[in-house]
Design a binder for this molecule. Structure first.
Ligand code: PLP
Length: 364
């Protein structure tokens, strides 16, 4: 069976097998990783190894902190304005779909100062704005965008950037919930990268935030201590009890990426092949369609529609019976969506495209 779920997503089978083997007794300690004190030397070693492996995979520069939060990417939508607008200025937003728009809505909820640098909603969010279409304000405290819109299947092909009135580079803040670790990345282009774990990182319950040191002193004075990046960085992400088991599992995923896959360049090549194969199958058929501009098609989330939406139910039922799970599109867009995260093997795409061709032949 293959799981095409958008999130929580499939985890690599070797990771689940190792977790199973270590579940009751971690390396002869007589404890499950779930039962360890987060302050114990054994758990601290797990936590530090996970961070070191992530830093190695992404080549995170020394002037960035890696923080392990709870609360999902959604809590970051609120924490970002709280942590970055303390010295004034406006949060700038690029709206390209549901998630980047939710990030703006949370800033508005807080009464934060905001500005929309671009919004592709009127054109249906089928292409990201080109660099010359970004209207970044002179007083931008940061520029927020979503690298990959998980629901729309829309991905940036470049890193947006801009300058303030004083000539300084605007810190770029990126929601990478559904694209982090899908390939190599130049972290130094970003002020903050954040991601909910439940796609390419590990199980739900953990949120990664990679923050540049110079952004740690811009928080509002009055806010919950747990929400402060600077306090979390000082405490090694352990102000309180962190999500220890999710952190441990993320560490296993990082080891799998390093040792089994061979790093993010290797992962990138696999992901590119998977996406190419599925988009080719969609494009060469009259029966299936994807509306996104080729340059901005997501490699991670591939939404597609059938020529006759009355066949959607049948498609899903047959796919399920064939072991192709969770292909139903998001309720806001309908149709189908195949999420091709790291743990989805190339054979899954072959099975899906073969099923699609067969279904089209019989019903198209
Ligand atoms: N941002 C993106 C791009 C997402 O795909 C999601 C969830 O799917 C979120 C944010 C929200 O994440 P969470 O459920 O961890 O709050």
């Amino acid at each position: 069976q293959y799981n095409f779920c958008a999130g929580p997503a499939a985890l690599p089978t070797p990771v689940l097998e190792r977790a199973r083997d270590e579940m009751l007794d971690y390396r002869g300690l007589g404890l499950s990783p779930m039962e360890m004190s987060h302050r114990s030397a054994d758990f601290v070693a797990i936590a530090e190894r996970a961070e070191a492996d992530l830093r190695e995979l992404l080549a995170v520069p020394d002037n960035y902190r890696v923080l392990f939060f709870q609360g999902g990417a959604t809590l970051q939508f609120s924490m970002l304005p709280m942590n970055l607008l303390g010295n004034g200025g406006r949060a700038n937003f690029v709206q390209t779909g549901i998630w980047s728009t939710k990030a703006l809505a949370e800033a508005q909820n807080l009464g934060a100062a905001w500005h929309v640098a671009a919004n592709t909603e009127p054109e249906g969010n089928v292409a990201v704005p080109r660099p010359n279409e970004l209207d970044i304000s002179d007083d931008a405290a940061y520029l927020h965008y979503a690298a990959n819109e998980t629901i729309g299947g829309l991905a940036f092909d470049y890193v947006p950037r801009g300058r303030r009135a004083d000539g300084a580079e605007v810190p770029v803040v990126c929601d990478m919930s559904s694209s982090l670790l899908s390939g190599p990345l130049d972290v130094s282009q970003f002020g903050i990268i954040y991601a909910g774990a439940q796609k390419n990182i590990g199980p739900a319950g953990l949120t990664l935030v990679i923050v540049r040191d110079d952004l740690l002193d811009q928080a509002q004075a009055a806010m919950p201590g747990l929400f402060r990046y600077d306090a979390m960085a000082r405490a090694g992400s352990m102000i309180n009890t962190p999500p220890t088991y999710a952190w441990y599992l993320a560490g296993l995923v990082f080891e799998w990426l390093k040792d089994d896959v061979g790093g993010l360049a290797a992962m990138d090549a696999i992901n590119q092949r998977k996406a190419n194969r599925l988009y080719a199958a969609i494009d060469q058929s009259e029966f299936y369609a994807n509306p996104i501009a080729p340059l901005n098609r997501s490699r991670m989330n591939v939404p597609f529609t059938l020529a006759d939406s009355r066949l959607d139910g049948e498609f899903l039922k047959e796919a399920d019976a064939a072991g192709l799970l969770n292909l139903k599109g998001h309720r806001s867009v309908g149709g189908m969506r195949a999420s091709l995260y790291n743990a989805v093997p190339e054979a899954a795409v072959d099975a899906l495209t073969a099923f699609m061709a067969d279904f089209e032949q019989r019903k198209g």
